[in-house]
Design a binder for this molecule. Structure first.
Ligand SMILES: Cc1cc2nc3c(=O)[nH]c(=O)nc-3n(C[C@H](O)[C@H](O)[C@H](O)COP(=O)(O)OP(=O)(O)OC[C@H]3O[C@@H](n4cnc5c(N)ncnc54)[C@H](O)[C@@H]3O)c2cc1C
Length: 392
């Protein structure tokens, strides 16, 4: 085997997760050659670039709060950290906060979560209706009790974040190969390398599965069952008849519909379709907006009774059917098989912390900065779930 095809670590998938892991390892002083295999370097269908780019600390589990606290401070310094030869990426972070609206039904849960978040150092406030209306004067508060608001959370341009990680990782010496991995070579519980679509073998005893919605497929290549499936999610860009003269927080209605401001004060909106079957479906369906989103949107903001659907897109959540949370860490039996998959709609925001955590696990054999051990694959073996009650 030619020596350039031998690596100390192979990362399968060069989206935000794989690239954050690559960046953190190289930046933290990993001794060895790292290759990131990315089958589509245009990232046209990568979940990362099709995401809304939101980050929040309003979670109901300790581990998700820790992860997003680290990630939020990381994103705030992103430009400085990713600077390459004097150029700093601009990620357009808008810290407008996340606002969960509460009605009779979900209010007790929001109250419980706010207390939990506060006890973990997250500045979440319970707002009464008057305070909520001050944030969104156009809101219809009719059936609401109040809201839960986390100022400082917000959203950014996911494409710029991805490019920032990729550029910096390459600058630090990581090799990106535009190749599709089609097989994983394994002898017993020892990894030997990967095979790409053109038949080339690349040797490595360690690899990271960061294949996003393809995480289950990559697991099967190594004979490992990972309960991650692709599930379509659609986003709609709409233009109201009058543009607000204030900025919306990223708002989540009790119906499940979310909305936020996009460039030019247009509105991005969407809602997870519960009955969506798993599959690699990227088809954008305008009728879902009419049936499932518009009624709730127009009820909540009467101005949205009249609006124009400008465009939209569909991307894939990588749903972890076990408990809707990321699976992070090394396989308990197949040594050197690391995973960062199954983030179920909150993976973009978790990438900085997961990158740091896996860098520590791979280099030092332990977590130091953010303890993500609760999200290890072991929990599936042990029948333990980490149930997150704040999934959008
Ligand atoms: C509509 C939508 C909105 C979202 N909004 C948010 C949000 O607001 N906040 C948030 O935190 N998350 C959000 N998410 C979720 C988020 O996008 C994902 O959790 C995250 O981007 C996952 O990153 P990734 O790098 O694991 O996956 P990806 O970005 O999909 O990257 C995986 C990469 O692996 C490559 N790959 C796969 N298999 C192979 C192979 N065999 N060989 C080589 N390469 C391979 C793929 O080409 C791909 O580029 C949203 C997702 C969608 C679809």
């Amino acid at each position: 085997m030619i020596s350039q095809n031998i690596f100390d670590l192979i990362i399968i998938g060069g989206g935000v997760m794989g690239s954050s892991i690559a960046y953190h390892l190289a930046n933290d002083g990993f001794q060895g050659r790292i290759a990131v295999f990315e089958k589509d370097p245009t990232y046209e269908k990568a979940s990362t670039v099709l995401s809304v780019g939101g980050i929040r600390r309003q979670f109901s589990t300790e581990v998700n709060i820790w992860i997003c606290q680290y990630s939020l401070s990381f994103f705030k310094e992103f430009g400085d950290r990713m600077e390459v030869e004097g150029e700093r990426p601009e990620i357009d972070f808008k810290p407008r906060g996340y606002l969960f609206l509460g009605n009779e039904k979900n209010w007790p849960l929001l109250v419980k979560h706010q207390a939990f978040q506060k006890s973990h150092g997250v500045e979440t406030h319970l707002l009464n209706l008057e305070e909520t209306l001050r944030l969104i004067p156009d809101l219809n508060p009719e059936d609401l009790v109040g809201s839960s608001f986390s100022p400082g959370d917000g959203y950014m341009d996911p494409h710029s974040v991805l490019q920032g990680f990729v550029r910096k990782a390459k600058h630090l010496g990581v090799t990106y190969l535009p190749q599709e991995v089609v097989g994983i070579l394994r002898k017993g519980n020892r990894l030997e390398g990967v095979e790409t679509k053109d038949g080339t073998i690349y040797a490595s005893h360690s690899l990271v599965n960061a294949a996003g919605p393809f995480g289950g497929d990559v697991g099967r290549m190594a004979g490992i069952e990972i309960p991650v499936v692709p599930v379509r999610r659609m986003v709609y860009l709409v233009k109201p008849p009058r543009l607000f003269d204030y900025d919306l927080p990223l708002t989540i209605d009790p119906s499940g519909v979310y909305f936020l401001h996009e460039t030019g004060k247009q509105i991005l909106t969407g809602k997870s379709r519960k009955e969506e079957p798993p599959g690699f479906n990227y088809e954008w369906d305008r009728s879902y907006f009419q049936e499932a989103i518009w009624p709730s949107l127009a009820h909540r903001i009467p101005l949205f009774n009249e609006l124009k659907v400008v465009s939209g897109w569909a991307g894939l959540y990588e749903i972890n059917q076990w408990d809707f949370n990321g699976i992070i860490g090394e396989h308990p039996e197949v040594k050197g098989f690391y995973m960062a998959v199954g983030f179920s709609g909150h993976g973009f925001q978790q990438a900085p912390a997961v990158g740091k955590a896996l860098s520590e696990l791979i280099r030092l054999g332990r977590y130091e900065t953010v303890d993500v051990s609760a999200l290890g694959y072991e929990r599936i073996f042990e029948g333990r779930k980490v149930l997150e009650e704040e999934v959008i």
